[in-house]
Each structure stands twice: as structure tokens, then as C-alpha cells.
Design a protein around this ligand. Structure first.
Ligand code: UD1
Ligand code: CA
Length: 458
């Protein structure tokens, strides 16, 4: 839909009290590594690219920081007085921008699909509705707003759970409001002033617009999506985990359909931004989240965590490794038990073994650090061998300094390289040395005290 007269408004100002998360706003809670709100924006973006506005309030700074691309389309609702109030706060912005229709979406509906939105908008347009909303048949009406219809099946009202009185409204229907609305601004504007907070929650309900619009002789529609559980709002930790599980299973199935060999798929948590090319193999439980690329022929062994990283063809990440912000070249071997932190770059066929940590360090082509090593703020050339227990001492308590190890150097075990320091090409550092001065190319440097032989006292 390329319709510049229609915009989207995401309501994301609430705290989410029922999530019991203290300071984290509900819409920022992660699902497979991405905040809930990210998914809502993703569902809306094919239809409303550049026309997506978001109401923020509780933890606003946190939310805004996480979505810099939406910077100029946030609206602040300082006090969260209800969904109807959130709409009223955003209204002037939408009017100024000249929109005629607004699709309002609760920010806690992360599984929502662009198709559902498309259906809502198309139906609303076709039937010239002043207000249309999506409804579902919930297994339990729980905290959802219930949809009341008259004898002719026409929508009469949405009654919130807290206000629902079986004596007055009859037995609760299974049809509930999904919290996704398409409003014709021309017809809804005169109704906004009538919203009141005289109800059980003392909040201004957006859902009261239904009765108000009907009273004003407008067309109001509920577009029923049956038991489409992707439209369920998330209010509790359990619902969050269930939604995550639903998404997880979809993502994993998709990767398998595209030729990724995923063993034990039910224990693989793979986020929506990970690209895994056909022919890659994942041998067991893992967590792969954020912006990750795993190329053809890569093997990721079980119990590995990978985020914001790039793994090139034929690389092998062995069990229990942790990669964050790493770039791994073709044919490299990592782990078991390796830790690659942001800025770790391994060039073709480099090797990092168990209990090796790298941060902001380049390990050149074919170089090896096989055991128990820390490489931080380092530049290591090609064909270098880093002995077990080598440590780059990069921090002097105030600043970080760089270690440079040139091509073909050999660093003996248990060496401390006190940065800033350079070990020249082809140099050899004797085991157990503490290197504080540059080592010239092709030389041997040893700093340890000479071994003495002293006869034992009898
Ligand atoms: C709402 C609907 C209910 C519907 C359900 C669907 C109302 C009054 N009720 O109930 O009919 O069945 O969603 O999931 O709308 N928010 C703000 N500002 C506020 C209050 C809330 O931006 O002042 C945001 C929240 O961050 C949330 C969304 O609006 O993303 C919905 O609020 P929530 O409190 O979860 O409404 P429900 O009780 O679930
Ligand atoms: Ca909700």
C-alpha cells in the first residue's frame, strides 16, 4: 500500500506493570534478542515506511535511544492516562502532517503480521468505516476488551474486562479486541473530546470510541480474524515466553527449509536478524541473536552464543564459545571455550583455542593462539604462533595501549607483552618473559632470570 494519507501510530508509553520488570518498559523487553517494539515496527514498515509514529512515556529515553531511525517520529505522553489519552496526545502531530487515516497499534502485539494490517485497512476503506478494528476469538477472554454485538451481528461496543458486568452485558463473548484500529480521522476527531475516564481503571479508553462513533451514526466494523493467536497482546512474562517460542519455532523451521542443518532444532534460539546460509551446520543448542551472518559450510558446535558477528565460509566454532562483535575469516577454528569480544578479527585460517579471549585485536592469516591467552588492542601478523598463557598487558590503569606482533614471530609460553610494544617480524620471545621494550625483527628476546642450580642442604 503506497498511500501517503495513511499513517501508523504505535502506542508504547505504558509501563507494563503485569510484566514485573521494574525499570524496563514492556515494549523494550527482548524476544530473541530484539525489543518487542522492533517486531511491531517490522510488521508496519512495509505499509508505512517513514509514516510510523510511536507514543512513548514510561522509560521514553530508553525506547528512543534504541530506535534512532524513528527519532523525529516519537510523541511523548508524559502521564500515561490510558490508550485513548495516548491517541489524543498524538493527534495534533498526525493532523499537522496532513494524514486522513491512522492505523493505531498496541505496542505489545509483536507477532502481528503485515497481512493482518493490510486486511484491516482494505476492509475499512471498502466499507467506508469511520472506525474498524481487528478482533479475535480468544480461548479465554482474560484481560481483553470484549466485543459486544447487537441481534443483527453489528458491533455495539467494546467493554473492557474490568468494566464487564455479566448481569448488565450478558455472558462474556469469546470475541475480543486485538488492539489494532483503523481510524478515519475526519470522523473520529469530533469524538475525542467525549472520551472520559469514568470507568473501573480511571483511564481514557481508546475502545470507548466504538460506542461514541456508533452513537454518532458512523460505520464501525470489527474485522474478525478467528483464532489467529499472532494478534494476542502480551501482558505477562508467560505470554512473552510463549510468543518468543512461537517465533523461534518459525525461524528455525525457515532456516531448515532453506538448507541449514540444524540438529536439535527445538533448543536453538535464533533471532530474526541472523542470516544463516544453506550448507551451514549447527550441531545443538545455541543462541544466535542480533546481526549475525553465518556463511556456507560454517560449523557451529553446541552451547555457543553468537551476537553481532560475521563467520565466513568453512569456519568452525567449537563447543561453548562466546562471540560478540567478531569477524571470523574463512577456515578459522575457534574454541572450544573461546571468547571473542567486539573488534576481534580473525583472518583466513587463523586459530584460537580454549580459554583464549580476544578484544579489538586482529589475528593474521594462519596465526594461532591455541591456549589460555588474552589478546586485547593487538595487531598480529600472519603465521604468528602465540604460546600458551600469553597476555597482552594493554591497560595501565588509565589508558589502553597497543601491542603489535609482526609476521612469523613466535611468542613463547607465559609471556607478558606490556603495551605499547612491538615484536618484529620473525622474532622469538623466550617463554616466561615480560616484554616491555620493542623486539627487533629476527632477534631472540628473553627477560627471565637465569636458572641456578643450588645443592640442597643435607
Ligand atoms: C487493550 C485494550 C483492550 C484490548 C487489548 C488487546 C484499551 C482500553 N483496551 O487492553 O480492549 O483487548 O489492549 O491487547 O485500550 N499505552 C500507552 N499509554 C497509556 C496506556 C497504554 O501508550 O496511557 C500503550 C501500552 O504501552 C500498550 C498499549 O497501549 O502497548 C495497550 O495498553 P495495555 O495497558 O496493555 O492495554 P490492555 O489492558 O492490554
Ligand atoms: Ca496489552
Amino acid at each position: 500500500m503506497n498511500d501517503t494519507a495513511t499513517c501508523a501510530l504505535v502506542l508504547a508509553a505504558g509501563k507494563g506493570t503485569r510484566m514485573h520488570a521494574r525499570d524496563l518498559p514492556k515494549v523494550m523487553m527482548p524476544i530473541l534478542g530484539e525489543p518487542m517494539l522492533w517486531y511491531v515496527h517490522r510488521a508496519l514498515s512495509p505499509l508505512f515506511e517513514g509514516r510510523m509514529h510511536t507514543v512513548v512515556g514510561f522509560g521514553a529515553a530508553h525506547v528512543q535511544k534504541a530506535f534512532p531511525e524513528h527519532e523525529d517520529r516519537f510523541v511523548l505522553q508524559e502521564e500515561q492516562l490510558g490508550t485513548g489519552h495516548a491517541l489524543k496526545v498524538a493527534w495534533p502531530r498526525l493532523k499537522e502532517a496532513g494524514y486522513r487515516w491512522v492505523v493505531v497499534v498496541n505496542g505489545d502485539t509483536p507477532l502481528l503480521s503485515p497481512q493482518a494490517i493490510g486486511l484491516l485497512v482494505a476492509t475499512a476503506r471498502e466499507r467506508k468505516a469511520a472506525l474498524a478494528f481487528l478482533s479475535i476469538q480468544a480461548p479465554e477472554p482474560n484481560s481483553f476488551g470484549r466485543v459486544l454485538r447487537d441481534e443483527d451481528g453489528r458491533v455495539a461496543a467494546i467493554i473492557e474486562a474490568k468494566d464487564y458486568d455479566p448481569a448488565k452485558h450478558g455472558p462474556a463473548p469469546r470475541e475480543v479486541n486485538a488492539g489494532i484500529y483503523c481510524l478515519d480521522m475526519k470522523f473520529v476527531e469530533p469524538l475525542l473530546g467525549w472520551l472520559s475516564n469514568r470507568n473501573a481503571a480511571r483511564e481514557y479508553y481508546i475502545t470507548d470510541l466504538v460506542e461514541l462513533a456508533i452513537a454518532d451514526k458512523n460505520t464501525v466494523l470489527a474485522v474478525n480474524c478467528g483464532d489467529d493467536l499472532t494478534l494476542m497482546g502480551i501482558n505477562t512474562p508467560r505470554e512473552l515466553i510463549e510468543a518468543e517460542e512461537h517465533l523461534r519455532a518459525d525461524i528455525v523451521r525457515e532456516h531448515m527449509n532453506h538448507g541449514v542443518r540444524l540438529h536439535n532444532p527445538s533448543a536453538c534460539r535464533i533471532g530474526p536478524r541472523a542470516t544463516i546460509r544453506p550448507g551451514a551446520r549447527i550441531t545443538g543448542p545455541c543462541e544466535i541473536v542480533g546481526d549475525v551472518v553465518i556463511d556456507h559450510g560454517v560449523v557451529v558446535d553446541a552451547y555457543t552464543h553468537i551476537t553481532e558477528s560475521w563467520l565466513s565460509e568453512g569456519a568452525h566454532v567449537r563447543h561453548f564459545s562466546h562471540l560478540e562483535g567478531a569477524e571470523v575469516g574463512p577456515g578459522c577454528v575457534i574454541g572450544p571455550y573461546a571468547r571473542l569480544r567486539p573488534g576481534a578479527i580473525l583472518e583466513r585460517e587463523a586459530k584460537v583455542g580454549n580459554f583464549v579471549e580476544m578484544k579489538k585485536a586482529v589475528l593474521g592469516r594462519g596465526s594461532k593462539a591455541s591456549h589460555l591467552t588474552y589478546l586485547g588492542d593487538a595487531e598480529i601478523g600472519e603465521g604468528v604462533n602465540i604460546g600458551a598463557g600469553t597476555i597482552t598487558c594493554n591497560y595501565d590503569g588509565t589508558n589502553k595501549h597497543k601491542t603489535i606482533i609482526e609476521d612469523g614471530a613466535f611468542i613463547g609460553s607465559n609471556t607478558a607483552l606490556v603495551a605499547p610494544v612491538t615484536v618484529g617480524a620473525g622474532a622469538l620471545v623466550g617463554a616466561g618473559s615480560t616484554i616491555t621494550k620493542d623486539v627487533a625483527p629476527g632477534t631472540l628476546a628473553v627477560t627471565r632470570a637465569e636458572q641456578r642450580q643450588i645443592a640442597r642442604r643435607k
